[in-house]
Each structure stands twice: as C-alpha cells, then as structure tokens.
Design a protein. Structure first.
Length: 159
C-alpha cells in the first residue's frame, strides 16, 4: 500500500509493518492483540523484533529489535544505516520501553540471558559481533568480533 509520505515503491517495499503484541493468559486458547509497539524515532523504520523474548531477573521481559535510518523517507525506503536496541516490559508484555542501544550500526541482533543481570547479544554488521551487559540490558559493552567476512562465496568463518 502506498505510504502517504513517499511515492509508490516496488512490491513489498512500501513500508515495514509495525509490530503487534499478542498475549494469552490461558495457555494459548485465547489471545489479545495490541496493534502497536513502541514508536520509532522520526526518520527510522518501524522496529523489527529479532530473536526470542526472555524473562529476566524479577520477571521482566527482554527482547531485541533493530531498525534502519532512512536516507530520505519522502522518496524511498532506502536506509543509510541500521541500529539495534534492547527493550523491556515490566507488565508481562503488555507495554514495552526501549532501554538501551546494543549496536550503533548493527541489525539482526538477538539476546541471550546468562543469569542474574548478565546478558549477551549477537549482532550482525558485516560479520557477527558480541556485546555484553552486566546491568540487565541498561548498557552494553563491546563489540567483540567473532567472525569475519571472507568473500561472496564464503560468508564467514568462526575464529
């Protein structure tokens, strides 16, 4: 569907759909839908959740999302860069808040709980890089590159 802010784009390129929050309190028999998520910053695509949602210490839910910064949103959906963020929910997924940036130029980032307030995040850039949080996702250290791009025929090798 053509977006009001820009000319019609190629098929499947007009916009990224906003995320929905779907929840069940009866083991998946019935569901509620909230057709909204945290709004992105102006000039950025909708947030794209990536990876699993995990319960952290105290029952807080954690998820990572990424998005792209538009070159010129009035002309196309082309992006100049990506960024990945950490989000938390304190009310069992009913509402979410962006807590921190994981990777300044990364996309497709997934998180992994290590216990307590410690987390790892694996993020894609031109390789895979690892970030670490020791404060429940409030801040991230890194990156540590764990693989490198070799060529178009061989995507990467683990060191």
């Amino acid at each position: 569907m053509k977006q009001p802010e820009r000319p019609k784009q190629a098929d499947f390129r007009d916009a990224i759909l906003c995320s929905w929050v779907c929840r069940s309190s009866d083991g998946g028999k019935t569901w509620t839908q909230r057709k909204s998520f945290v709004s992105p910053d102006e000039g950025w695509t909708e947030y794209i959740p990536f990876g699993d949602i995990f319960a952290g210490s105290g029952g807080t839910l954690h998820v990572s999302c990424y998005g792209g910064e538009f070159v010129d949103p009035t002309k196309s959906t082309k992006t100049r860069s990506y960024r990945s963020w950490h989000f938390q929910s304190d009310d069992d997924g009913d509402t979410w808040r962006r807590t921190s940036t994981i990777g300044e130029k990364h996309n497709e980032t997934t998180i992994l709980p290590l216990g307590g307030r410690r987390w790892l995040a694996a993020a894609r850039i031109d390789a895979v890089e690892i970030f670490r949080s020791d404060d429940d996702g409030e801040s991230w250290q890194g990156p540590l590159r764990v693989c490198v791009k070799l060529s178009s025929k061989v995507d990467s090798v683990v060191h």
